[in-house]
Write a protein that binds this ligand. Structure first.
Ligand SMILES: *Cc1c(COP(=O)(O)O)cnc(C)c1O
Length: 358
């Protein structure tokens, strides 16, 4: 069985963990500081602040930039729940908008239509590793005086017009969950051009204090450990090679799959293929996935229910493209360790199921 995801942990990661264990400095320390400095290099030199998850990164970034009660934040409903949870956890209200079907990305015209006097921020999601239309969305943010956040949890080193994701607005948030393009076990990173947002993020992750026992605000413990940072530092050195392999695998799949809609890349965008997501249009998607499983090919549906319809939000909204996407999307294996034999097997299985009808 070819699994839907396969995290890569090598000897270097194990050695890095051992080094930290031997040092006796386990909590946030020199490895975290080094990881932050090194991560800044893939976001065009922004400040980087490491935390214990991608969700914490989103949450701390909103609080540090002053998003809170009474504010509305425009987000897509076609995403992982953490996108909207973080808005709600900051005390603000997520306002859900529709996507563009081609790139599964937040639709700029839907954003503009959702702006009210209470709108404080926009947060597109770079879903599956394909960057949202940042040129258009940044222009909307500037025109209306709104803060631009990026949920870049799935898009390490993706870019638009040569500018990396996480560097377009007031803050970007990345995740290092095991199935993401790089991992630290669990972990997240806030990126920001703002000295003050960076400082406040550091304060908030550490009980609200910059200097020990001089707590200035009510804060959290969302620190990253040196153990996790050591893993992340090793993975960061491998990211460029892995991304190239993901792009190569995706190109092979797109050149050979038949009977399904393969994922295009927008002009000017660099897609880092966290997921390789096809649309199953002529068959029942779930039956299609079941047939793939029987042929030894794992797949995933991200996400079967739009966030606004989850019991945690339960809103009655009309987001037709989002509804179509939830019934059609199917993510195939694309990770760097796939062999040519496995790629061939994926192509044969998909083409056979598409042809047979499911
Ligand atoms: C993974 C993910 C998150 C949350 O990251 P965690 O590290 O799991 O907390 C947020 N948004 C999106 C789009 C994600 O895929």
């Amino acid at each position: 069985m070819i699994p839907a995801a396969r995290p890569e942990i090598g000897d270097e990661e194990r050695a890095a963990v051992d080094r930290v264990m031997r040092s006796g400095m386990l909590a946030q320390g020199p490895e975290v500081a080094a990881f932050e400095t090194e991560f800044s290099s893939i976001v065009g030199g922004m400040h980087s602040v490491a935390v214990n998850s991608g969700t914490s990164a989103l949450h701390m970034a909103f609080l540090a930039a002053g998003v809170g009660p009474g504010d509305e934040v425009i987000v897509p409903s076609f995403s992982f729940a953490a996108t909207a949870n973080s808005v709600a956890l900051a005390g603000a209200t997520p306002v859900f908008v529709d996507i563009e079907l081609d790139y599964f990305a937040t639709d700029p015209s839907a954003i503009e239509a959702a702006i009210t006097p209470r709108t404080k921020a926009i947060m597109p999601v770079h879903l599956y590793g394909h960057p949202a239309n940042l040129v258009a969305i940044k222009a909307i943010a500037e025109k209306h005086g709104l803060l631009l956040f990026e949920d870049a949890a799935q898009a390490h080193a993706a870019s638009v017009d040569g500018i990396p994701v996480g560097a377009w607005g007031i803050a970007g948030s990345f995740s290092f969950y095991p199935t993401k393009n790089m991992t630290s076990g669990e972990g997240g990173m806030i990126t920001t051009p703002s000295d003050e947002v960076a400082r406040l993020s550091r304060v908030l992750r550490n009980q609200g204090m910059e200097r020990r026992y001089e707590n200035e605000v009510v804060g959290f413990n969302t620190r990253m450990t040196d153990i996790h940072a050591a893993i992340g530092r090793v993975q960061l050195t491998k990211l460029a090679g892995w991304t190239a392999k993901r792009q190569e695998n995706a190109a092979f799949l797109s050149a050979n799959l038949e009977g399904v809609v393969t994922p295009p890349t927008a002009p000017g965008a660099v897609h880092v293929f966290h997921q390789y997501t096809i649309r199953v249009v002529d068959h029942d998607r779930d039956a299609f996935a079941e047939q793939l499983t029987q042929r030894g090919v794992g797949s995933g549906v991200y996400y079967p229910t739009p966030i606004h319809r989850l019991p945690s939000f339960r809103l009655d909204l009309d987001l037709p493209i989002t509804e179509v996407a939830t019934t059609q999307v199917l993510s195939l294996p694309v990770y760097p360790s796939l062999s040519q034999g496995e790629l061939d097997q994926i192509v044969e299985a998909v083409n056979a199921v598409a042809k047979a009808g499911a």
